[in-house]
Ligand binder design. Structure first.
Ligand code: TRP
Length: 445
């Protein structure tokens, strides 16, 4: 995909971009992280704040990243260099890569567990007996390694055609199977309490950390704040519409997150689980739903398989950001880049894997209000760093590249954008930076 400049890859069509970007956006962020964050933050109130963040910050930042990528046709570091040669802003590009590595390291641990779940459904003849919420022993490390290797393998081959092809078939399948699981979950006795919990907004539950979690979850779920959408936007041709593509990705991703809420929480309440169980939430709850379903073993296997693929199209985008830099800017071969980055990611992710397996002494350590190594990594990279990255990207585009230039880039293929451009410009220049900064500051002060 990101072959050196003259023959740089491009999406074959606008749909190709939408599918690849949606493939990056839709992943464990929707199925695993959104329910775990909503559970931790009290349900309906969190969802309301989340939706506000998606519309008020997510969509504007999405357009920031895609327009910068398409205008420069470069990777995260290269795009900044192209706009502001030799400036300190380059550090933002490096922060983006570091964040990508941080997220990739623990994300692959969770994805590895999903893979393990899928396997245990298949090898047990679709009725697993193991406790999937606490896989334990070395298996989390092994599956983490396998999943990371899969990611390395896909990115080594160049991701463009592969992703376009997979996403077309698998996304609709994922939607269908989620619909089936939702219907079964809603029929469970006691499920109504979960629906109420999702829809009832208890304003007393909205605290500052709720707002930070919701804002960061919006960035995380939409793959914003570390140059992933920038890099994907750089493979977008000058004829394609940034506004409608971005809006589709945001809509699709948000719909899947909300559906995941309706898939998990009715069952959480029906089976008496704790909504605030943390990162292991879905692994404890979903197998119980599958057990209650007709043909649930097969549904479980297919579901975990689809989530694995959804996670893979996301990890691919994380690894691609870092790879594109070493290939474009340092002249490394793609193979060498992915192997080296993969090896480093494995080492960085090892403590998370041992933590998630429950066999490390550091699963009780606390830092920044989080308990456990994996949760702490998720907080640092998935919350703080994405918020900082989004903030700096807005400032860079608004003040260094120039908000007019960014607007023109979007409007060049989307005349309709002219109408909303003033609102977007004001948001990116003032509202988004101020809001993100305020939320981050209140956290430290
Ligand atoms: N958005 C993905 C998910 O929800 C995760 C992800 C992929 C991501 N690429 C990213 C998150 C870039 C932040 C930045 O599963």
């Amino acid at each position: 995909m990101s072959v050196p400049q003259p023959s740089r890859g491009q999406w074959s069509s606008q749909l190709g971009f939408i599918l690849a970007a949606a493939g990056s956006a839709v992943g464990l962020g929707n199925i695993w992280r959104f329910p775990y964050m909503a559970g931790k933050n009290g349900g309906g109130a969190f969802i309301l704040v989340y939706l506000l963040c998606v519309i008020g910050l997510g969509l504007p930042v999405m357009l920031v990243e895609i327009s910068l990528g398409r205008a420069t046709q470069k990777n995260a570091v290269g795009a900044i260099e192209a706009v502001a040669p030799g400036s300190r802003w380059k550090a933002l590009g490096y922060l983006a890569m570091l964040t990508g590595l941080g997220i990739l390291s623990y994300y692959s641990v969770i994805a590895g567990r999903v893979l393990a779940c899928c396997e245990s459904y298949v090898v047990s003849g679709f009725s697993p007996t193991a406790d999937l919420a606490s896989a334990g022993l070395g298996s989390d490390v092994v599956y983490f390694f396998v999943f990371l290797a899969l990611t390395v393998f896909v990115v080594a081959g160049g991701v463009q055609r592969g992703i376009e092809r997979w996403a077309k078939v698998l996304m609709p399948m994922l939607l269908l199977i989620m619909a089936a699981i939702i219907v079964r979950g809603l029929m469970l006795p006691g499920a109504g309490a979960g629906v109420r919990w999702l829809l009832e907004v208890d304003f007393s539950k909205i605290h500052l950390d709720t707002i930070l979690d919701a804002m960061a979850q919006a960035f995380f779920s939409l793959s914003l704040g570390m140059g992933a959408m920038l890099t994907y936007g750089s493979y977008l041709s000058k004829r394609q519409n940034i506004l409608t593509s971005g809006a589709w990705v945001v809509t699709f991703d948000t719909a899947i997150a909300i559906l995941a809420g309706f898939m998990i929480f009715p069952a959480v309440f029906a089976f008496g689980h704790d909504p605030a169980a943390g990162p292991a939430l879905i692994f404890g709850v979903l197998p119980e739903v599958f057990r209650a379903m007709f043909g649930g073993g097969v549904v479980g296997a297919v579901f975990f398989f689809l989530i694995c693929v959804a996670a893979l199209t996301s990890t691919v985008s994380l690894l691609e950001v870092i790879t594109a830099y070493f290939v474009d800017e340092r002249g490394w071969s793609r193979r060498r880049a992915v192997l080296a980055i993969g090896a480093v990611t494995f080492l960085v992710g090892l403590p998370s894997a041992l933590d998630f397996a429950g066999i490390a002494p550091w699963n009780r350590i606390a830092f920044l209000g989080q308990t456990g190594f994996l949760s702490i990594m998720d907080f640092i990279w998935g919350n703080l760093s994405l918020a900082v990255g989004s903030l700096l990207l807005c400032l860079f585009v608004a003040w260094v590249w120039g908000i007019r230039n960014a607007s023109d880039e979007i409007a060049s293929t989307s005349p309709a954008f002219r109408k909303i451009a003033p609102v977007w410009q004001f948001t990116v220049t003032w509202v988004a930076p101020a809001a993100i900064l305020a939320i981050l500051l209140t956290l430290v002060l």
